[in-house]
Design a protein. Structure first.
Length: 132
């Protein structure tokens, strides 16, 4: 068998890879721009869930403060308002019936229309003073 004496050198005659081809240069920018609305929506949903949890915690603490005030013979509405931060005092409604105190709190929202319809509530029950 005869040998031709030649050798194959890798890469000889091939064009070197210099990055992305000319037709893909703006592709990454377009993908980022297309993904921004989805990313912003996900951030808004995550923020609203955090606000909902915080608002529920505030309503729960305010209901407990109001119930304790009822047991002590004090005004439960004043105790509820004192237990809430300033922004929440204007967004609260209180219902009291037969030893049950319910505090409803409208949550803040980045979208005002959404904020008007979102509400969390918490209830506390106490045995009225002198009751069975």
């Amino acid at each position: 068998m005869a040998s031709h004496g030649g050798s194959i050198t890798p890469g000889v005659g091939a064009r070197p890879h210099t990055g992305t081809p000319a037709d893909e240069r703006g592709q990454a920018s377009l993908e980022v721009l297309a993904g921004l609305p989805a990313l912003l929506m996900a951030a808004l949903i995550a923020f609203q869930l955090l606000v909902a949890g915080y608002s529920l915690t505030l309503a729960d603490g305010a209901a407990e403060a109001g119930a304790l005030a009822m047991v002590a013979g004090r005004d439960p509405a004043g105790a509820v308002h004192d237990a809430l931060p300033g922004w929440a005092r204007e967004r609260v409604s209180i219902a009291e019936a037969a030893g049950r105190l319910t505090v409803a709190l409208r949550m803040p929202s980045a979208l005002e229309l959404l904020g008007r319809s979102l509400e969390v509530s918490s209830s506390a029950w106490v045995r009225p003073p002198g009751g069975p």
